[in-house]
Design a protein around this ligand. Structure first.
Ligand code: NDP
Ligand code: GDR
Length: 366
C-alpha cells in the first residue's frame, strides 16, 4: 500500500458492481483509525463494498488497513471491495463530492480528533471536526439524491461528571472541548432525525481498546511500555491520574453494535458498554502482572498528563443494546489486557531486532 500512494483517489479505477449479487455499499469516515479498521473488516465479511475517506497527511496514515488493502489493478479478492478517497470533515465540498460519487447505503461517521487531553490544546479545531464536521456530513446526506442510513460515533465522555451507571436517559455533563463537541454532534444527529425523518443513529460507546489502539491512549501506552520494559528497551513509564475509572471493552465487539444499529427497523440512540469499571491502576496491575512485572517498579507520575478537569468514573448501562440489538460484548477485561500485552511484547521483540542491529535508537519511545 505504501509503495506508490496510499490507495486514495476515487476517480482512477471504476468501482466494480457485480450484477449477480449487488453489494451493500458503506461509506466510513475515520477509516484509518482503530474503529475504522475493525468496522471495515466486519463490513467486508458481510459482503459490503466499503469506501473510506482518508485525510491528507505528510506521512502515510493507512497502516491499520494495509492488511486489507489490495491493489485493484491486480486482484478481485475481498480487499478489492475497499476503496479509499481523499476528503476531510473540515471540507464540506469534499464530503458532498464523495457521497455523490459513491452513493452509499450506510454512512458511518467515525472521524474525529479523538484525544480528550489534546482537545484542550486544539479546542477550536476539535469543535470544527467533531461537531461541525458531523453537521457537514449530515447535511450532505440530507441533500443526497438517495436515502442513506447514518451512524454517529458518540462517546461516554459526553456523560462527563454525571455519576454511573450511565444509560441513554442519563443527562450529559461534558468535561472537555472534545466531549462538548461530541454532545453537539449527538444533538445534530437527533435533530436531523426528527426534522427530516432521516435514519440517523447515535452510538454512545464507552472506551474500547485493542492492539490497534492509538499509542497515546492510556491502555495502549501501558501495554506498549510493558512490552518494551519486558524486552529491556525501556525502564520507566510516565503517567497522570491513576484513579480514574473506565468501562473498557474490545473495539472488535463494539463495531458490531454500530452495524446492528443501522440494521434495525427504526433509528435510535444506544449505549454500548461492558458494564464493568476498572481504574487505570487496575489496568496497570493486570498488564504488568500478566508479563511478570511489578508496575510500581516502573511507573512515574508526571503532572503533565493530568487534565484540567477529569472524568472520574464511567460505567455504562447497556440494557437497551442487549435487549433491542441482541448485542453482548464477547471479550472481557482480562482477555483484552492479555491480547494487548501479547501483541505489544511481540512488537517490542521486533523493535529489539532493529535496535540490536543498530537501525533504531532504543530511546525512541512510542
Ligand atoms: P482514532 O483516533 O483511532 O481515529 C480517528 C479517525 O478520524 C482517524 O481515521 C483519523 O485520521 C480521522 N480524522 C481525524 N481528523 C479528521 C478530519 N479532519 N477529517 C477526516 N478524518 C479525520 O479513533 P477511534 O477509532 O478510537 O474512534 C472512532 C470514533 O469513535 C471517533 O469519533 C471517536 O471520537 C469515537 N469514540 C471512540 C471511543 C474509543 O474508546 N475508541 C469511544 C467513544 C467514541 P488519521 O488516521 O489521519 O489521524
Ligand atoms: P479517554 O481515554 O480520555 O477516556 O478517552 P484515555 O485513554 O486518553 O484516558 C483514560 C484515563 O486515563 C488517564 N490517564 C492517562 N491518559 C492518557 N491518555 N495518557 C496518560 O499518560 C494518562 N495517565 C492517566 C486519563 O486522565 C483518563 O482518566 C477515550 C478516547 O478514545 C475518546 O475518543 C473516547 O470518546 C473515550 O475514550 C470514550
Amino acid at each position: 500500500l505504501h509503495s506508490k500512494d496510499n490507495g486514495a483517489g476515487a476517480e482512477e479505477v471504476p468501482v466494480p458492481r457485480s450484477p449477480a449479487a449487488p453489494r451493500k455499499v458503506a461509506l466510513v469516515t475515520g477509516i484509518t483509525g482503530q474503529d475504522g479498521s475493525y468496522l471495515t473488516e466486519l463490513l467486508l465479511s458481510k459482503g459490503y463494498q466499503v469506501h473510506g475517506l482518508v485525510r491528507r497527511s505528510s506521512n502515510f496514515n493507512t497502516q491499520r488497513l494495509d492488511h486489507i488493502y489490495q491493489d485493484p489493478h491486480a486482484t478481485r479478492t475481498a480487499g478489492h471491495y475497499m476503496r479509499l478517497h481523499y476528503a476531510d470533515l473540515a471540507d464540506a465540498s469534499s464530503l458532498r463530492r464523495a457521497l455523490d460519487h459513491i452513493l452509499p447505503d450506510e454512512v458511518y461517521n467515525l472521524a474525529a480528533q479523538s484525544h480528550v487531553a489534546v482537545s484542550y490544546e486544539v479546542p477550536d479545531y476539535t469543535a470544527d471536526v467533531v461537531a461541525t464536521g458531523a453537521l457537514r456530513l449530515l447535511e450532505a446526506v440530507r441533500l443526497s439524491s438517495k436515502p442513506m442510513r447514518y451512524y454517529q460515533a458518540g462517546s461516554s465522555e459526553m456523560f462527563g461528571s454525571t455519576p454511573p451507571p450511565q444509560s441513554e436517559t442519563t443527562p450529559f455533563h461534558p468535561r472537555s472541548p472534545y466531549a462538548a463537541a461530541k454532545v453537539a454532534a449527538h444533538w445534530y444527529t437527533v435533530n436531523y432525525r426528527e426534522a427530516y425523518g432521516m435514519f440517523a443513529c447515535n452510538g454512545v460507546l464507552f472506551n474500547h481498546e485493542s492492539p490497534r489502539r492509538g499509542e497515546n491512549f492510556v491502555t495502549r501506552k501501558i501495554t506498549r511500555a510493558v512490552g518494551r520494559i519486558k524486552l529491556g528497551l525501556q525502564k520507566k513509564l510516565f503517567l497522570g491520574n491513576l484513579s480514574a475509572g473506565r468501562d473498557w471493552g474490545f473495539a472488535g465487539d463494539y463495531v458490531e453494535a454500530m452495524w446492528l444499529m443501522l440494521q434495525q427497523d427504526k433509528p435510535g440512540d444506544y449505549v454500548v458498554a461492558t458494564e464493568e469499571c476498572h481504574t487505570v491502576e487496575e489496568f496497570l496491575e493486570a498488564a504488568f502482572g500478566y508479563a511478570g512485572l511489578d508496575w510500581m517498579d516502573h511507573v512515574v507520575i508526571d503532572n503533565k498528563y493530568f487534565r484540567p478537569v477529569e472524568v472520574d468514573r464511567l460505567q455504562g448501562d447497556a440494557t437497551k443494546s442487549r435487549r433491542e440489538l441482541g448485542w453482548n460484548p464477547k471479550v472481557g477485561f482480562q482477555q483484552l489486557v492479555h491480547m494487548m500485552v501479547d501483541n505489544d511484547i511481540e512488537l517490542a521483540s521486533k523493535e529489539k531486532v532493529l535496535v540490536d542491529a543498530g537501525y533504531r535508537d532504543p530511546k525512541q519511545q512510542p
